[in-house]
Design a protein around this ligand. Structure first.
Ligand code: 4AD
Ligand code: MG
Length: 437
């Protein structure tokens, strides 16, 4: 059966079309019933006028929210409508008349909505967020595909930790063996970069984060590019290019969704004009100390510490574009970082802090090249050397300077949308206290 989609209705003015969808909302007044029909591509008002068709009018009046219906009608131009058209209904087929849909147009608490996430994703705002996510992902893939990167996905079951042992999810893996859900594909990316020059992995990663913040999920999607013969500066250049490409694409393709979300798009437009500042960790510490002295931060910051959310927010506010902080103290970073030759206490890492309080969205850097140094680091971090032998092979057979990063899709999407919490940027979030639906 033929079907027209709501986002194509403008091309069918004056024609009779058939729409298939669900009842978003309805109201009636005298001889009229107004059905708000949604089909995944948009929402359109469908008008049932009693004198035109008594049977359609009665059926329409009886429908509950989220009933599944097929509506036939004539497309009419309507300047008051957000999409410029409405439908004069001539036929109505009810697939299911639903009743007592739990999410009504009134206000609900977040926990209730999260319990009903499988239904909540039908509502306007959630729908808009997930469409922005789609575009962030598409832009990300296009960016790497257009820049000579080969997609080489990495395993989810892994024999060892990548990002420290405190956030590992352990699973049974046959015959008394243990496996861990991957925290990052990076170690494998280093192998694929040595094979392809430039590679990237894109998939779900897992962190047993006991933190209940608005920026943390236990399962999230990360894109991770890796480049052979590349260094710290290359990471920052690539990261800036990626972010600008994503912002440009979201602004071009998701204007309507950003409007639904009441996103101030001038803030996104502004970053396209700017170079992203690159700030040494020493300099960041100086800024944080000034912030504390001015009373703008509650805690003083000491060299050697990791930034908390208030520190990140304060730092990003000192600049009018996303800002890279680089040369972190090695003690707070993972085992695999290359060190600054002149200051071995500094790791050649770089994090990108997004504006507007969105915090770190990119983390990466240059990888240690030297076999003996890495062997020491593995021992120092109490990691099982045997599980890393294959990784050490990359230093035995043609080691080169190489670098890469990871970007969290959900944090990036939250920033694009201007929404508070990452939990709404993934269809079914997994968090400390949430494993369902
Ligand atoms: O900084 P992270 O931990 O870096 C790595 O895992 C590197 N191995 C990546 C690499 O160099 N290939 O994580 C990278 C990004 C963060 O900047 C953030 O955007 C996101 O992943 N992220 C999270 N997003 C949601 N929930 C969490 N719990 C996250 N932890 C990190
Ligand atoms: Mg990080």
């Amino acid at each position: 059966m033929n079907q027209t989609y709501i986002n194509e209705l403008k091309n069918h003015i004056g024609e009779e079309v058939t729409l298939k969808g669900w009842l978003y909302n309805s109201r009636s007044s005298g001889k009229l019933v107004f059905l708000q029909l949604r089909d995944g591509t948009g929402i359109v008002q469908c008008v049932c006028f009693r004198p035109n068709n008594e049977e359609v009018f009665e059926k329409a009046k009886s429908l509950g929210q989220e009933s599944s219906i097929i509506v036939t009608g004539k497309v009419k131009e309507d300047t008051r409508s957000a999409i410029g058209v409405e439908l004069d209904v001539t036929g109505l087929e009810v697939i299911q008349n639903a009743s007592e849909y739990p999410i009504t147009p009134k206000e609900h608490g977040t926990e209730f909505l999260m319990d009903n996430r499988h239904l909540w994703i039908r509502s306007k705002k959630q729908h808009a967020v997930l469409k922005v996510r789609h575009t962030v992902i598409k832009a990300t893939r296009d960016f790497f595909d257009n820049n000579g990167f080969i997609l080489a996905d990495t395993p989810i079951f892994t024999p060892a930790a990548c990002e420290g042992t405190t956030t590992l999810f352990e699973v049974d893996y046959f015959d008394d063996d243990k496996a861990y859900l991957t925290q990052s594909g990076q170690l494998y990316n280093e192998a694929t970069a040595a094979a392809f020059g430039k590679s990237y992995a894109f998939g779900p990663v897992f962190r047993a984060e006991k933190s209940k913040t608005r920026r943390h999920l236990t399962e999230f999607w990360m894109v991770e590019p890796e480049m052979a013969y590349a260094q710290l500066d290359d990471v920052m250049t690539l990261g800036e290019g990626l972010i600008k490409f994503i912002v440009e694409r979201v602004l071009a393709d998701r204007r309507d969704e950003l409007a639904v979300l009441e996103r101030d798009v001038t803030k996104l437009e502004a970053i396209l004009e700017k170079g992203f500042p690159r700030v040494h960790y020493d300099e960041a510490v100086k800024l944080l100390k000034e912030g504390f002295a001015k009373g703008e931060l509650d805690n003083d910051f000491e060299w050697g510490g990791d930034f908390g959310a208030p520190d990140e927010t304060y730092l990003s506010k000192q600049f009018d574009a996303p800002v890279f902080v680089h040369h972190f103290p090695a003690v707070i970073k993972a085992f695999y970082f290359e060190r600054d030759k002149d200051r071995p206490e500094c790791a050649l890492g770089a994090d990108l802090l997004a504006p507007e309080g969105y915090g770190e969205i990119i983390g990466g850097g240059e990888r240690a090249m030297d076999l003996e140094f890495l062997e020491q680091q593995i021992e120092h971090h109490n990691l099982p050397k045997e599980a890393f032998e294959w990784y050490l092979d990359l230093r035995r057979f043609g080691t080169v300077p190489h670098a890469g990063f990871g970007m969290g899709i959900e944090r990036c999407t939250a920033w694009m949308c201007g929404i508070e919490h990452v939990r709404e940027t993934i269809p079914f979030p997994r968090m400390l206290y949430r494993l369902k639906p």
